[in-house]
Design a protein around this ligand. Sequence first.
Ligand code: NI
Length: 202
Amino acid sequence: MKHTKHFWRSGKRSSSDYGVRWQAQRDTALDKTHSVGAMKNTDKISWPHAPLHELSARGTYFVTAGTYLKEHYLSSAERLKVLHRGLLAVAEDFGWHLEAWAVFSNHYHFVGHSPDEGAQNLGDMLSVLHEKTSKWINRLDDSAGRKVWHNFWETRLTYEKSYLARLNYVHQNPVRHGLVPVANQYPWCSAGGLSEQRDQLK
Ligand code: NI
């Protein structure tokens, strides 16, 4: 944040300075989301309603997607497993290399590298995941046509420092949510036995 103040005071602003500023703001919003610990308190988050997707550039992205009205539609081990496996499967199908991810009962996060051609297919990739998981969950709950997913938000990570911070953020997310004392005890995330999970997909 010192960084941002400096730019404001000096009157020098470039688009990349805004990049830092927006990332810092989002960091603050996300910290509020998770600092409370227990999952049920995430209901207090106010996520943006109409995110602007800027996906032209190839790069590394931090992505969060949440369920409609933050309902805990995935609150069973079986459902988390299906979403988890689905996320890794669509990433592979759409050419995204995921470096860190964490899947919860009403949202998920990941840090991923886009395909060389660019990040434009992120929306399609998540649509496939959301459509498939919605249909499956709605079938289980006998609620055909119910809206399960809300939207997704992405940030392109253009600074090494913010990239490393987001990687750590995603890896530690199960701990931030108060679900486990140590991240590798949470099965539906990249900290929990990465290579083993990737092998199971094949
Ligand atoms: Ni989270």
